[in-house]
Ligand binder design. Structure first.
Ligand SMILES: Nc1ncnc2c1ncn2[C@@H]1O[C@H](COP(=O)(O)OP(=O)(O)OP(=O)(O)O)[C@@H](O)[C@H]1O
Ligand SMILES: [Mg+2]
Length: 271
């Protein structure tokens, strides 16, 4: 059993039912179709998924298998064509855009491949941005705390352009952590980093799960990155095609190779 550490969830006013569901992310029958008729693309073709709080999940799959679409739908950045998405027990399907924006700002964190920092703001201002956008008091002590956590307390006054790629991604992680989000969604967070720097960034995501009880959902192409997760889910043609718990990088790579050869063989049959 995991210990709850220091998030003070009891003090917020979410209904009790949400707290007891124990699920951070839940998708039921989620479909996402682009276009109509014979040219339609079924990017997600029926996704069922339940991720408990305080877990680290990696999502892998061949290019075009629907990973980014999945992440966007799960994070309320895109709307499924059918099915339901619940975050921390809250049904987000059908929510109005302003409610969704509020939920994303207060309860979700995002880390993308390209860091997405604002170049004209300092590191500290970038970290404070989610609070500023949410109209909250900009808590500089909290910013200093999360910057210290990612080892960048001394860079608070720098601009992103003065930092290395790995340092910029660590700022993006500090920004994702600043609001103590329930779920952190990461799309290829180490895609632009060398192996050593990637390891640091993955260690921080792991720490967010183990020490802060965040839930992390990370899309990656890299079996070594996926091996940091508790569980790897494999996507193929818009559906989940199995999972692997606590797999090594080698085991994950072998599963991916089997999946890729299977999907390309099926594409050959369809052609
Ligand atoms: N805006 C869009 N309009 C039409 N089709 C789209 C759109 N976005 C994605 N698709 C299609 O949906 C499918 C899934 O795309 P998605 O971006 O989710 O794949 P992915 O697994 O993230 O791939 P990659 O590893 O290359 O990033 C692909 O066939 C893609 O061409
Ligand atoms: Mg993608």
């Amino acid at each position: 059993m995991r210990l709850r550490k220091g998030k003070g969830r009891k003090t917020d006013d979410r209904p009790e039912a949400e707290e007891t569901s124990g699920l951070a992310v839940e998708l039921r029958g989620v479909r996402r179709q682009y276009g109509r008729g014979s040219g339609a693309v079924h990017a997600l073709a029926g996704i069922d998924l339940a991720l408990p709080r305080g877990t680290f999940t990696a999502v892998m799959g061949p290019s075009g298998s629907g990973k980014s679409t999945f992440l966007q739908c799960a994070a309320g950045l895109d709307r499924p064509s059918a099915g339901s998405v619940r975050l921390g027990g809250t049904e987000i399907t059908g929510m109005r855009e302003n409610q969704l924006t509020e939920l994303r700002r207060s309860r979700l964190g995002f880390v993308f491949q390209a860091f997405n920092l604002l170049p004209s703001l300092t590191v500290e201002q970038n970290v404070l941005l989610p609070m500023r956008l949410a109209g909250q008091r900009q808590d500089r002590r909290r910013a200093a705390e999360v910057l210290a956590r990612v080892g960048l307390a001394h860079k608070a006054r720098c601009r992103p352009g003065e930092l290395s790629g790995g340092q910029q991604q660590r700022v993006a992680i500090a920004r994702a952590l600043v609001t103590s989000p329930d779920v952190i969604f990461a799309d290829e967070p180490t895609g632009a980093l060398d192996t050593g720097t990637a390891t640091e960034v993955l260690g921080l995501l792991r720490q967010a799960v183990d020490a802060l009880e965040a839930t992390v959902v990370m899309v990656t192409h890299d079996p070594a990155a996926a091996a940091w997760a508790d569980r790897v889910l494999f996507l193929a043609d818009g559906v989940f095609a199995g999972g692997l718990d606590r797999g090594s990088a080698e085991q994950i790579a072998a599963r991916m190779a089997a999946l890729t050869s299977r999907t390309s063989a099926m594409a050959g049959v369809a052609a």
